[in-house]
Ligand binder design. Structure first.
Ligand code: FES
Ligand SMILES: [Fe+2]
Length: 434
């Protein structure tokens, strides 16, 4: 009898087989079935504002070059020379009309066309079909509020259908101001010896760990300790995505509207822009776009209100490369952007106060699946099973904190993708809100 992934992931009762974090065959299939089919974040529009701008990125393990061609069209190309496979661009970002491979010199334009072949006349006798040997391009590329996603699978649903009601929650963060958002300050990059899913599920909805794992950070800041079940919510809008909001609405409202004379510059900024946000996304979402939201768009794009967007890039079953970008409102004043950039560096990143707390936990949890005895025992994700519900204002399945609703949903969706023959076998959760 063949083992199905759905049998390794019991998302109703909250059990998970640890093999899915360490098994090399499962990992290879994951690259095909999850990363080969899902919409993957490849960068932000603000990284390529001008024609012929480019920025490096990844889709799973595949290096990607995000370009804006000479006519302004955005592309996601495999950063791979069609001759032998060398990378055609080694730089992180820049502006160039073409990329010359450093091995034999094949040259590609920013629209992917092969425009230069050394010895084309003398050695190839003009017989090479240059039009057939352009860069490999992801067939689907779409943006949501400046965030650019690409997808290798021609059968994939549109980005809008894939995001479903997650888009409603994302608007809470990315549509607060009319100018939208931009990424600033380069990319933080580092590697950890953990499976990418531990990080992605943590950001999809692991409110439970913050009480203890990040307790020391709250103590350093003299913040009041969190109490289990106090404030906030967890929401699963469908299709594997998940979002959590940590603090209660009353304190957020208060912070947004009362005297801000002692608040730091970033909190004051949110208060001063509250009216604009309220007009754009309504008061419920304006109040919830606070300093404490976290989400994951399945599979590997996460957001944290520190503020960043980041991807968890698979580098083998027990290795993940992290690319993290500070993201701010484009219309924010320069001193607010600088304060947010510093905050992002202090709180997150390889030496940041919060990421450092998290990483070792994920490394240990991954390794537990490799040991003789450890792998015999399932992961427990039972927190809040049977207490999920709906909310009159928030779309999707919603639960008060803390809950493992979003972890169960994340792995349930993962298993569905892993078992499916194609997108035809996958049941999307339909969008219910505009
Ligand atoms: S590998 Fe690129 S030109 Fe040969
Ligand atoms: Fe954390």
């Amino acid at each position: 009898m063949t083992t199905t992934y759905s049998s390794m992931v019991d998302s109703k009762r909250g059990y998970l087989n640890r093999r899915i974090f360490v098994d090399r065959d499962i990992y290879q299939q994951e690259l095909e079935q999850v990363f080969g089919r899902s919409w993957l974040y490849v960068g932000h529009e603000s990284q390529t504002p001008k024609n012929n701008d480019f920025a490096a990125s990844y889709m799973g393990e595949d290096p990607i070059l995000l370009t804006r061609d000479s006519k302004g069209k955005v592309h996601a190309f495999l950063n791979m020379c069609r001759h032998r496979g060398n990378r055609i661009c080694r730089a992180d970002a820049g502006n160039a009309p073409s990329f010359m491979c450093t091995y034999h010199g094949w040259t590609f334009a920013t629209d992917g066309k092969l425009v230069g072949v050394p010895g084309y006349k003398e050695a190839y006798f003009e017989e090479l079909e240059r039009s057939q040997w352009g860069l490999v391009e992801a067939p689907n590329i779409e943006s949501f509020r400046g965030l650019v996603f690409a997808n290798w699978d021609k059968q994939a649903p549109t980005l809008s259908d894939y995001l479903g009601d997650m888009a409603w929650y994302m608007d809470m963060i990315f549509s607060r101001r009319s100018g939208g958002t931009e990424v600033i300050g380069g990319v933080h990059r580092w590697v950890i010896n953990a499976n990418w899913k531990f990080a992605a599920d943590n950001f999809a909805g692991d409110q439970y760990h913050t009480y203890l794992t990040h307790g020391s950070l709250r103590a350093v800041r003299n913040a009041k300790p969190q109490r289990y079940g106090e404030g906030g919510w967890t929401a699963h809008p469908g299709n594997g995505h998940g979002i959590v909001r940590f603090e209660d609405l009353a304190s957020s409202s208060e912070r947004n509207r009362t005297d801000q004379s002692n608040a730091d510059i970033t909190v004051k900024y949110r208060a001063f822009t509250f009216t604009e946000a309220e007009k754009r996304v309504g008061s419920l979402r304006a109040e919830n776009a606070s300093t404490s939201g976290v989400f994951t768009v399945f599979p590997n794009l996460s957001y944290h209100a520190s503020p960043f967007v980041r991807v968890w890039l698979p580098r083998g079953p027990e290795k993940t490369e992290i690319w993290s970008y500070c993201i701010v409102d484009k219309d924010a004043p320069a001193d607010v952007k600088e304060a947010l950039r510093k905050k992002h560096t202090f709180v997150m990143g390889p030496g940041g106060a919060m990421d450092a707390d998290d990483m070792n936990n994920w490394i240990q949890c991954t390794g537990a699946g490799r040991t003789l005895m450890g792998k015999r025992y399932p992961i427990n994700q039972q927190l809040g099973v049977g207490h999920e519900g709906s909310h009159e204002q928030f779309p999707g399945i919603v639960q008060a904190h803390p809950s493992e609703l979003n972890q169960r949903s994340f792995y349930g969706w993962w298993a569905q993708l892993m078992d499916a023959g194609s997108w035809n076998d996958i049941k999307l959760t339909p969008k219910t809100v505009a």
